[in-house]
Design a protein around this ligand. Structure first.
Ligand code: HEM
Length: 331
């Protein structure tokens, strides 16, 4: 403001002042300089008188209502009054919430409809990933070390026993939860159009959940796991075409040393290679594939119009009451 009124001040004064002194003679030049300096000082004092109070007022207003400050509006870009638009923006403009739909069918997310089983399955998978990574700090997938590591975890590592058992119980529960989830989807007919594709993704997720369980079984390298995997992989001998005892297997040149069972175990018996292969499938291969499938599964739930949900119900008691929720405020 002061500079607009007195442009020469902005240029440092020295260059202009110097040339004035030179052209107008010493006295006039000095008077001009003094005048300009005093006008500049007056302007500054004026600015201080008007700007400081207005800034102070602004700051006091900010303390009274922080939602009006520049800092606040730079973070939160919309109002918070309870209108449908603001409720939608609250979800859409939040980095953590924006993956969720802005609006959902209230009846579709009732536990009595979903049983919460898809969500529970997912949370168990998160727990398994977390505890599994911690277990990896103590476990070596070798015949010499594996069982000893488990004993060490059980008896010496602080919280080792609870860590191992959290992993085991979450694994059991995940298998139960995924079956119940599938059962609920079946009972509510949610496999029908347009959700056929997601049902198929679900079937793959079920298979990978079971494979996670099966590959984890061998890792403690105890008798239970050893014999379970021996029996389980022996079934692979009878695979059609790919197993040496299966239909057409021998005709295709399958032997105990080149068939699908050999590929699973990395040998013809359950030994060190089988342990290492189980470990890699269990900790890296299957979790990555399952995670990608889960992302596709959740994305598909959105694309198919959200959770199927029952036909919207309104209780008699609700019919008289004013409606709550997004529509009520906007209507
Ligand atoms: C790791 C395994 C799985 C996870 C984490 C998972 C997770 C979920 C979640 C969170 C939902 C939203 C609704 C709800 O919670 O019920 C859902 C819906 C769905 N799931 Fe799964 N699911 C899994 C396995 C399966 C399996 C095995 C099937 C069937 C074979 C399946 C088929 C479906 C279908 C069709 C829907 C849409 C249901 C609807 O719109 O009502 N899912 N899943």
């Amino acid at each position: 403001m002061a500079d607009e009124k007195n442009p020469s001040r902005g240029n440092g004064g020295g260059a202009n002042g110097g040339s004035n002194v030179g052209s107008n003679g010493g006295k006039t030049g000095k008077v001009g300089l003094v005048e300009r300096v005093s006008t500049g000082v007056k302007d500054d004092i004026h600015a201080l008188k008007t700007d400081i109070p207005s800034k102070a007022k602004e700051q006091i207003e900010g303390l009274k209502d922080p939602t009006k400050t520049q800092v606040y509006t730079s973070i939160f870009r919309h109002k918070h009054d309870d209108t449908p638009r603001n409720r939608a923006l609250g979800v859409l403009s939040n980095v953590f919430l924006h993956l969720h739909p802005a609006k959902i069918n209230r009846d579709a997310v009732r536990y009595s409809y979903t049983w919460g089983m898809g969500g529970i399955t997912f949370y168990l998978f998160i727990i398994l990933t977390y505890t599994g990574v911690l277990l990896m700090f103590y476990y070596h997938p070798s015949k010499v070390q594996a069982f000893r590591d488990v004993l060490y975890l059980e008896h010496d590592v602080p919280f080792g026993k609870i860590l191992r058992n959290m992993h085991r119980w979450a694994a059991h529960l995940m298998v139960i939860a995924v079956w119940l989830h599938m059962f609920r989807v079946f009972l509510t007919g949610s496999y029908k159009k347009p959700r056929e594709f997601n049902w198929n993704i679900g079937v793959l997720l079920l298979v990978f959940t079971l494979l996670l369980s099966f590959t984890g079984y061998l890792l403690p390298d105890d008798q239970l796991g050893f014999w379970a995997v021996t029996v389980g992989t022996n079934m692979a001998r009878a695979t059609p075409l790919l197993g040496h005892e299966g239909p057409f297997g021998s005709m295709l040149g399958m032997t105990p040393y080149n068939d699908v069972r050999f590929g699973l175990l990395g040998g013809s018996i359950v030994d060190a290679n089988a342990l290492l292969r189980s470990y890699i499938w269990h900790c890296i291969g299957i979790p990555i594939v399952a995670s990608v499938l889960m992302i596709v599964h959740f994305w598909r739930v959105r694309k198919d119009g959200g959770i199927s949900g029952p036909a919207p119900v309104m209780l008699e008691a609700e019919a008289d009451k004013p409606r709550r929720g997004p529509k009520a405020a906007g209507e």
